[in-house]
Design a binder for this molecule. Structure first.
Ligand SMILES: [Zn+2]
Length: 371
């Protein structure tokens, strides 16, 4: 994922001075657009950016690519400044920042395949004056072209920015893993408790608490050691009874001796700390709304659900509890339920520190105001 950013500014000349000033910064790069009269159940006008590609079918806009801002005749359209990375691989996170004039109530993004099928979606959250959104690109999708929509709403208006996104990246290698009888029976076991544990985990990693903005200071590896399993590896398990099952490795395996200190990879709130059948002693930490880190196969856990943890704080000691063929830490990051490659988080590619540095300042101020 390149750090190159595409910034789009929709210049609406009708807006006040501050908007004009903002616009001047970008006006060399982007033009404005035009207003199209439409016949829609909800809206009678659509502001369309100059670079937009669309059909106008019976006075109804069919948006293909560009910025579209829907409103009614007595209003002004919502203007937006949208910043997103380009060049994605399977398992990457699409990070986007959106500011709008005027303010909107909610913003969300959706990634769709060429047939319009939904691949991933997430809500945005507020950091100071802007909306920040992370969208996980699943590692199991095909390489190729997808469509990204970023939409926002207030009570009466709606905007959508839609563009093509090409998802590339190398092929993931195949790992063949033989399981002994004990591990085979663990994997083939199908009991209610395993299903309940899975349901609980899914409901945690798919949750979205818009106030959970914690990881201001970035991400680090939870342990140092040899990486024995990579994110996205295709795995073929050969069971002791000869059965074969394929899966995708959702995290990174780091081989470390039993009893090695395991550290929180970033500031956050512990949302799960308990023994599970398949993953052994397990911890989940929430770092941003919808962004979680997971730690499996621990020997012991040193924190409990509800605790706030700092980056680098000891959360437990490594082991090989649950379904593990040797001592290691399985570490995983999920974004709105989608397993993503943790490495871009470590390199600071996902989180734009500038946003969060200014947030820390605001936090201190808001603290004294008792908000
Ligand atoms: Zn693993």
């Amino acid at each position: 994922m390149k750090r190159f950013k595409i910034t789009l500014l929709i210049l609406l000349l009708l807006y006040v001075d501050t908007m004009i000033l903002e616009a001047e910064r970008y006006q060399k790069k982007f033009d404005s657009g035009k207003i199209v009269v439409i016949e829609n159940k909800k809206y009678s006008r659509c502001f369309v950016s100059t670079d937009a590609d669309y059909y106008d079918v019976n006075h109804e806009i069919v948006a293909l690519e560009g910025f579209f801002s829907y409103f009614n005749g007595n209003e002004k359209p919502i203007g937006a400044d949208i910043s997103i990375d380009s060049d994605f691989r399977r398992g990457d996170v699409i990070a986007a920042e959106v500011t709008t004039i005027p303010e909107v109530n909610r913003v969300r993004s959706v990634l769709r395949d060429e047939k319009g099928g939904e691949v991933s979606r997430n809500q945005f959250f507020r950091v100071n004056d802007r909306w920040v959104g992370f969208l996980g690109i699943p590692s199991y999708i095909r390489r190729g072209d997808y469509k990204l929509d970023i939409s926002g709403w207030d009570e009466t208006r709606h905007f959508i920015f839609t563009r093509k996104v090409t998802v590339g990246g190398k092929a993931f290698p195949l790992d063949v893993i033989k399981l002994n009888e004990t591990l085979t029976s663990l994997r083939e076991r199908d009991d209610r408790r395993i299903r309940e544990e899975t349901q609980k985990l899914l409901s945690i990693i798919r949750s979205f608490d818009s106030n959970a903005v914690f990881a201001y200071s970035g991400f680090v590896f939870p342990v140092r050691g040899r990486i024995t399993g990579h994110f996205g590896d295709r795995r073929r398990y050969i069971y002791s009874d000869g059965a074969v099952q394929s899966s995708i490795h959702n995290g990174i395996d780091i081989a470390v001796q039993i009893g090695t200190e395991v550290h929180a990879c970033a500031d956050g709130r512990v949302v799960l700390a308990e023994k599970r059948i398949l993953t052994g002693k397990s911890v989940i930490i929430e770092h941003f709304p919808g962004v979680f880190s997971l730690y499996y196969h621990l020997n012991s856990i040193r924190i409990k659900a509800g605790d706030m943890v700092k980056k680098g704080e000891i959360i437990g000691y490594s082991g090989m509890s649950g379904l593990a063929t040797g001592p290691h830490l399985h570490w995983e990051i999920r974004v709105s339920g989608v397993a993503v490659d943790p490495e871009p988080f470590l390199e600071g590619k996902v989180i734009d520190k500038n946003i969060f540095i200014s947030s820390i300042g605001t936090q201190n101020i808001s603290g004294t105001e008792g908000r």
